[in-house]
Design a protein around this ligand. Sequence first.
Ligand code: ZN
Ligand code: ZN
Ligand code: FE
Length: 765
Amino acid sequence: MVQGVGFRPFVYRLAMQHALTGWVQNTNENVRIRISGSSADIALFLEALKEEAPPASMIEAITVQETAPEPFTAFTIKHSHNLSDDITEISPDIAVCSDCLEDIEKKGNRLDYAFVNCTNCGPRFTIIQDLPYDRAKTTMQSFPMCSDCQKEYEHILDRRFHAQPTACAVCGPQYELFIKGERISGEIGEIVTRTTNLIGKEGILLIKGLGGMHLACDAFSETAVEKLRRIKKRDGKPFAVMFRDMESLKRYATVDNTEEQSLQSWRRPIVLLANQAPEGHVPEGHAPEGHVPERHAPEHLVLNINAALSLIGVMLPYMPFHHLLFRQLKTDAIVLTSGNFSNEPILIDNEQALKQFSSCTDAIVLHNRDIFNRTDDSVVRIIGGKERILRRSRGYVPAPVRTTLNTDGILAFGAELTNCFCIGKGKKAFLSQHIGDLQGYETTRFYEQTIAQFLKLFRVKPTVLAVDMHPEYLSTKTAEQYGALPVVRVQHHHAHIASCMAEHRIDEKVIGVAFDGTGFGDDGHIWGSEFLVCDLNDYTRFTHFEYIPLPGGDLAAEEPWRMAVSVLYKVYGKEFTNLGLSLFNEIDPEKITLLVQMIDRNINCPLTCGAGRLFDAVASLLGLCQVASFQAEGPMRLESLASGDMINDYPFELNQTIRFDSTIRAIVDDLQNCIPVKIIASKFHNTIISVIFECASAIRNTEGIDKVVLSGGVFQNKYLLEGTIARLNAHDFEVYTHVTVPTNDGGIALGQLAIASKRRDLICV
Ligand code: ZN
Ligand code: ZN
Ligand code: FE
């Protein structure tokens, strides 16, 4: 990855430093460097090439060849050269660098200038309209460079040499402040002062960012957070929080080295952290001047932001404007959540922002640099010592996934919820940014537009379409708009496993374990606890959890008590209401009676074996979540309680399918014996780990396969994934899990693409 990250100027400067002559040239396949000089200097040059490369660049391999000497007199940058019709890659957006942050402290054209950037940082993907990447094909085209910026842009030793979005206060974009729809100011100092004052007074602001708008408020103000929740018109879904810096963050969350690396990387994702303050820590003593300590106790943050979950989504400032804000903000942390209403994509349009948010916010901060490619903040979690991407967007997209397959011309449409689509160019798979849940007009439009933009940007003309087998998925229906192209229909869980295989370049038979909430099965039931023996072409279903009724269909995923009733009724029959569980105090008995009737008469009770639903049922039994206020709340609360101190598990039965009757009986016994829910939650997780181990072992015995591929949303569970990896590794399985591609449905499209590629090869379309 060398495009738009200042790689050639870096090579040039390095050659100068080491007194080398020759040239450097970008091609769309690699970078070629010809150097001439003493062997000692060349050795140093090669060393530095690896060590000092620009942060956002990525060197896969360096190949060195000796050639006959040529009489170079200088070192030059040659024009780019296209070796084939292959596209050049586009850099994701890069957080503002420390040099640029110094520039905004200095007198001159960039003092307090919030759009400062250079070849090492700034917007990329979000502003690119077309290739090749130069200013005229970005949303910076409407800002002609002033003569000072032009000089830097043309000067090869300048940090802004060929920095396409370069700008200064004289020539570049500007912020504007609106209150109640009225333009109040265009002066950055005043905007920052007013904005920070409003945040200090528990106000709610809409602020335009890099890939979309954010809603912001003081993360420590209960009033403000409540107000924000009302504006977002939804649920108790946890809000992400931006902290001033690492130091203040560590007062509220436990951060290990890998987590710190992710937080401070140029990609600046939201990192999910455990939010217990370090042992014995007294936050007040460390609070900077001006703090009101009693409002800043850690438990307040916990309470407001994520409603007592043990996870907190945290990020550090990544735009110059964020840094300007924190210079004046008294609070250490602000909520920074996507500016949209529930189920709509993150807002990017200025006029729409004013129309929708003027009356419900205290102020709106906009700027006049258009966002072309909408991106949300990305979300990662460190599991098993590795950064796992759960929502892949800003800072990660549009970097391709490099496969070993011919993916050329394949357009894969993805799943219905947490959608990303994927297009193939050569062997590269371009997975789109997080699109969201394909429900409602706005998201659907975003989906269709982004597909069109990707096809144009990467010069792909689709020849094969890959879709989910589910006949009612909107993604599947969208494919119909692409005319009479061959369509490959892919089973959801096969796609999950293929996605992980493609990520790790595996092309052979594996044991696939796909655990999620919902996916359409080829028997017409809802699948989601699949043990597959599969390759990239086909699969056989080895075993799965026993089917149970899902009373109310989709509604059951939102109301875990329904699954609990379904499970209890199956195990205990009508007597289950006498078990004295807390669930019966929380749910109206009449509703429970009605649900049992639904099951008896088979009204709206599709069969499911989704692992997520079993987690729901147990979360409900333990009284953790009866009605979910956000997706997967039950399983997340259950995971919050699991701890590694407990190694016991519950019994279960492996026959044709995997049965949990004895598991449920043991859990109910534990509840009746007042065993702490923490212990029950841990034992339940351990049971699922044992199930995976036992089934994988059974498959290894009959099929002789050692490679186990884990995929599906359930593996976002840190306790479960780490425990499963450890158990399988201890018994000499080779375990593959998602790292750079989401394990949830955001990764499905890559799997669809891989399967379509394989099937196309086999039938030679
Ligand atoms: Zn910079
Ligand atoms: Zn300028
Ligand atoms: Fe799924």
